[in-house]
Design a protein around this ligand. Structure first.
Ligand SMILES: [Zn+2]
Length: 270
């Protein structure tokens, strides 16, 4: 158990169906196997809502991004000591987390993987996929873990909380980050927008880290049903911002050849 109390930052210890810190703050384990550290914070839905989580699950379940999952799994295996621990920060519905955990578990016979996301619906999905992963509902800007706790931290397409990422890593630990490359889903954007733009890739230097790997992963994939196209659309940021008339253009497609363009970075904490 790597999680800490969100109230006082002390370590949490597991007792039956709850986790308790030495100051007596207590968190019940939800039936889905996770701890909700946003409880009592504010009402409402945080992060992806259920509809988006289900669209993401359906799309990723089609295996379109499996090449990225395999790559991340291989990197995690190579960079994490056999008895080390890994954190997926902003894990979404856990497609990559699950693949990475299985890679570690199947190769090492053990694994120590923790993950959190700000969306409770997303965290529930991780719990359904894989009961070996320690799970929490929490935000990246207040990671519920101690300083210098993890050998490896992963971030796939989640907002980067740089200081927190650096804080929770051991010295010499690795940070693996995947982001959309310039041409990622350009074909989908070309359907929606008159003048589609390329994704901007920002400065890749991160303070306190040495960049040791910066590689692209680019390939084409085919979406053969309107459902698959809609699921992909629903998991993009464009789903929020697209006018109904432009959205209808996506709805009218029966197939689409798409570009996957990822960039994967590995940083070593100095
Ligand atoms: Zn406490």
């Amino acid at each position: 158990m790597h999680f800490t109390c969100p109230n006082c930052k002390e370590k949490l210890n597991i007792e039956e169906k709850r986790a308790v810190c030495k100051n007596g703050h207590s968190f019940d384990r939800a039936r889905g196997g996770y701890y909700n550290f946003l409880l009592g914070n504010t009402g409402g839905v945080h992060g992806d809502n259920k509809e988006m989580v289900l669209a993401r699950r359906a799309f990723l379940g089609g295996g379109y991004y499996a090449p990225l999952a395999r790559w991340l799994g291989g990197l995690a295996l190579e960079l994490t000591p056999k008895d080390g621990c890994l954190l997926d920060a902003g894990a979404g519905e856990g497609y990559y987390t699950d693949f990475i955990e299985r890679t570690l578990y199947e190769n090492n016979g053990i694994s120590d993987v923790s993950a959190f996301d700000i969306s409770k619906d997303a965290v529930r999905e991780i719990g359904k996929k894989n009961s070996r992963i320690s799970l929490a509902v929490a935000g990246s800007y207040h990671m519920p873990v101690s300083d210098g706790e993890f050998d490896t931290v992963i971030n796939t397409f989640s907002p980067l909380a740089l200081e927190e990422t650096r804080r929770v890593l051991k010295s010499g630990g690795h940070f693996i980050m995947a982001i959309p490359g310039e041409m990622h889903l350009f074909d989908l954007k070309a359907v929606i927008y008159d003048t589609p733009y390329k994704n901007q890739v920002q400065d890749t230097a991160l303070e306190g880290f040495e960049l040791i790997i910066d590689e692209p992963l680019t390939y084409k994939f085919n979406l053969d049903t309107p459902e698959a196209i809609n699921n992909l659309f629903m998991m993009t940021p464009y789903a929020y911002r697209t006018k109904p008339s432009d959205r209808a253009k996506v709805g009218a497609l029966s197939s689409l050849e798409c570009t996957a363009d990822f960039r994967v970075f590995v940083y070593k904490k100095l």
